[in-house]
Design a protein around this ligand. Structure first.
Ligand SMILES: Cc1ncc(COP(=O)(O)O)c(C=O)c1O
Length: 355
């Protein structure tokens, strides 16, 4: 056992850096419900500038950003087209139905997270037919969490956006990890979302800030979003203390995401060598490494014994025999070596040789 665990459950476990804590301490603040917090204003304008949108709104979480994002595009009774593996469909508590009266229409996500543009085009429904709920929004996810952190290229995003816009349907991207996608394609993050109307991204994942996400889009859309955020209880007061950490995240933690991607690749390559593990390292593009554990391995014992040795991993919710690991600045290359050596030892002891 080492002096500290290897935290691979999620990049949401990142703790604020010293620079963030200092910035939080020193942050100039005001009442943000009155639009008087200068640090929030700076974060919002920096986020809008980086994402190439008119305006941005600081929200409490990725879930709130996506919900406010959908509500601001739609009316009750609208249909939202999105992938059947999307975070919004699986893990956001059905908020769009509860709060917005929205119906989700899922289309299959390919294993690389993509939606088929022709399927999106065919699924869009028009108001004149008395039977149909009109399509209010098409939503994509980039990187794609349940599809192993797959990064969808700007060209592929543009194809879906083009068919949606051809029917005047706006497009939202759940870009909780869109900076990871930009690093994977080595392009400015604005290029990842140039063709879509709105995007949510998270400061509190691999970018390392303790709290918060940004919804970015056209100015009058963000004004509507402001009101929805208030309705959801997301109007915060001297929240510049949190925005300050977000600004540090955007200044200092974007380029280094490449290290997380390299560590994820290293982890995937090592796992691919192990008996009982199913993974194609070529499919690992960003900081998420999902792998299957075959029937020859006692999965619970594997989880328990790796945890006892300080390697923290999580079962992928709703995906059988799958473990999801995520790299971040909490994990360095030596930690990956250690995690691999633990898994190799545990599997050596636990794998039942198949005849
Ligand atoms: C792709 C994706 N979207 C949205 C969210 C929601 O973010 P939050 O946990 O801040 O609500 C997550 C969280 O893991 C995510 O992975």
């Amino acid at each position: 056992m080492r002096d500290r665990p290897v935290e691979l459950r999620s990049d949401t476990f990142t703790r604020p850096t010293e620079a963030m804590r200092r910035a939080m301490y020193e942050a100039e603040v005001g009442d943000d419900v009155w639009n008087e917090d200068p640090t929030v204003a700076r974060l919002q304008s920096r986020a809008a500038e980086m994402l190439g949108k008119d305006a941005a709104l600081f929200v409490t979480s990725g879930t709130q950003g996506n919900l406010v994002g959908l509500l601001s595009h739609t009316s009750p009774g609208n249909e939202v087209i999105l992938g059947d593996q999307s975070h919004m469909f699986w893990y956001e508590v059905g908020g769009a139905a509860v709060v917005g009266g929205l119906q989700f229409r899922t289309l299959p996500n390919r294993s690389d997270g993509r939606l088929s543009p022709s399927e999106v085009a065919a699924a869009i429904r028009f108001p004149p037919d008395v039977h149909f709920p009109p399509t209010g929004c098409v939503a994509m996810e980039n990187t794609h969490n349940r599809c192993g952190g797959a990064a969808i290229s700007p060209a592929e995003v543009a194809e879906v956006a083009a068919v949606s816009h051809a029917s005047q349907v706006p497009v939202h991207v759940d870009g909780a990890r869109v900076f990871n996608a930009a690093i994977a394609f080595n392009v400015p993050v604005a290029a990842m979302v140039a063709q879509v109307d709105s995007v949510t991204f998270c400061l509190s994942k691999a970018l390392g800030a303790p709290v918060g996400s940004l919804l970015c889009g056209p100015r009058e859309y963000i004004e509507r979003a402001h009101k929805w955020r208030k309705l959801l209880g997301g109007g915060m007061r001297q929240v510049g203390v949190l925005a300050a950490a977000g600004l540090v995240a955007l200044e200092q933690n974007v380029e280094r995401l490449a290290d997380d991607h390299a560590n994820a690749k290293k982890l995937a390559r090592g796992l691919a060598e192990m008996p009982g593990i199913i993974i194609d390292p070529n499919e690992v593009q960003t900081n998420i490494v999902a792998f299957k554990v075959d029937e020859s391995v006692d999965l619970q014992a594997f989880m328990d014994e790796t945890l006892a040795a300080g390697v923290r991993m999580a079962r992928a919710a709703g995906v059988p025999r799958t473990i999801r690991t995520v790299t971040s600045y909490e994990v360095d290359a030596a930690d990956i070596d250690y995690a691999l050596s633990v898994m190799s030892r545990v599997l050596g002891a636990r794998t039942v040789a198949l005849a």
